[in-house]
Design a protein around this ligand. Structure first.
Ligand SMILES: *Cc1c(COP(=O)(O)O)cnc(C)c1O
Length: 373
């Protein structure tokens, strides 16, 4: 859905890149394990509905989100595709999950008992995946006793139907695989204690599905690299196939002027022109769009060259210093490619002392997403 908007600032999302990344993973996997598209947080900022459409076209069989609201948002559009909520959900959501056939993650006997009591009958059973905490320390059952208690609890509650079991790795993107191996062993050991295996056993996130062997089980959960981004630089150095970044953040120059030496730019007047005739351009994008103030000094692309942001980034605008005159209307790329130059989310992440995941998530709803193939 490309809606009309009156702003040159856009995040252009290449749906073909997303499909190529899924095909790359499909060809890399040694088994016919299913691919679950992780589209939580508005598909890592890329747009949940359009990304999910492209991913389903490319063959993913399930969508995974973090919250009940994210699941309901997708269910409005995708009436058939299984949707798994990876996080804890409030008991009040159970009746909605039944009505909208949304698959839930369960890991607590207390939760199961309270939910079974509150919803003693449901028209259709709610599908659930049991979560095992094999070392992430987040949510999940932590030993055989907890797991079997929950397993039998689910089997004896007609309101619930066991559809899967999964775990999540804490270090799959690192070179040292000791902790990863421990987690994998714990998971395999526990799954083997189940009286019957559910339909979907899954563990691998992007890093594990790209780098590790024999961890596909029945499905992999493909998040960050579906968007063409890397879980870590270590994974980047060992990529089994080329991935394609899907998102390009663009705007246009809305004003250009020449400063005299000593004139200032921006709040706090922190930038001072070093010489007469410096060209300063204004861009209609700021921290309310996700260009955080911590990105002061970051470069952007104009005419295929790198130019610096100068002065403090404002809420809605920022200023750049041009080497020579460019006209109003000139295209500017903040993330993505222009001619031979490229600025990646990793570059922003390095400057902000964070990871590309966080950069993708901070582009706010005010930035229109424009889709193309
Ligand atoms: C976010 C998430 C993923 C996806 O991780 P990536 O590193 O982006 O592939 C997979 N599983 C769970 C449980 C998650 O929370």
């Amino acid at each position: 859905m490309n809606m009309t908007h009156f702003r040159p600032t856009t995040a252009r999302v290449d749906l073909t890149a997303i499909q190529k990344n899924i095909e790359g993973l499909r060809n890399h996997l040694h088994t016919d394990a299913e691919i679950i598209a992780v589209v939580k947080a508005n598909a890592y900022g890329h747009g949940d509905v359009e990304v999910s459409k492209a991913a389903i076209e490319a063959g993913v069989t399930m969508l995974a989100v973090a919250t009940p609201d994210e699941a309901l948002h997708l269910r409005e559009v995708f009436s058939e595709t299984p949707i798994l909520v990876l996080g804890a959900v409030p008991i009040s959501f159970v009746s909605f999950a039944a009505k909208e056939h949304i698959t839930l993650t369960v890991f607590s006997m207390d939760w199961l008992e309270a939910a079974s009591e509150q919803f003693s009958t449901l028209d259709v059973p709610v599908k659930v995946h049991m979560k095992i905490d094999s070392g992430m320390g987040r949510i999940g059952v932590r030993n055989e006793h907890e797991m079997l208690t929950l397993y039998h609890g689910i089997q004896s509650s007609p309101q619930f139907e066991l559809d899967g079991i999964f775990t999540h790795f804490a270090t799959a993107d690192e070179e040292d695989s000791t902790y990863y191996d421990q987690q994998k062993d714990v998971f395999i050991h526990l799954v083997n204690q189940l009286p019957t295996k559910p339909r979907l056993v899954h563990a691998a996130n992007t890093a594990a599905s790209l780098l590790k062997n024999h961890v596909e089980f029945d499905a992999v959960r493909f998040g960050i690299s579906m968007y063409g981004l890397l879980p870590s630089t270590y994974v980047g150095e060992h990529l089994p196939f080329t991935i394609h970044p899907a998102l390009q953040l663009e705007t246009e120059i809305v004003h250009v002027k020449q400063l005299k030496k000593g004139e200032h730019v921006g709040y706090g007047a922190t930038y001072e022109a070093q010489e007469d005739g410096e060209w300063i351009a204004t861009l209609p994008i700021g921290y309310a769009d996700g260009v955080l103030r911590g990105l002061q000094g970051q470069e952007v692309l104009v005419g295929g060259i790198r130019v610096p942001i100068v002065g403090r980034i404002c809420m809605d605008q920022l200023m750049i210093r041009l080497p020579f005159h460019f006209p109003v209307g000139e295209k500017v790329v903040l993330i993505g490619k222009q001619e031979k130059e490229q600025i990646t989310m990793q570059e922003w992440a390095d400057r902000l002392h964070t990871i590309p995941y966080e950069v993708a998530c901070i582009l706010t709803a005010r930035v229109p997403r424009v889709y193309y193939k």
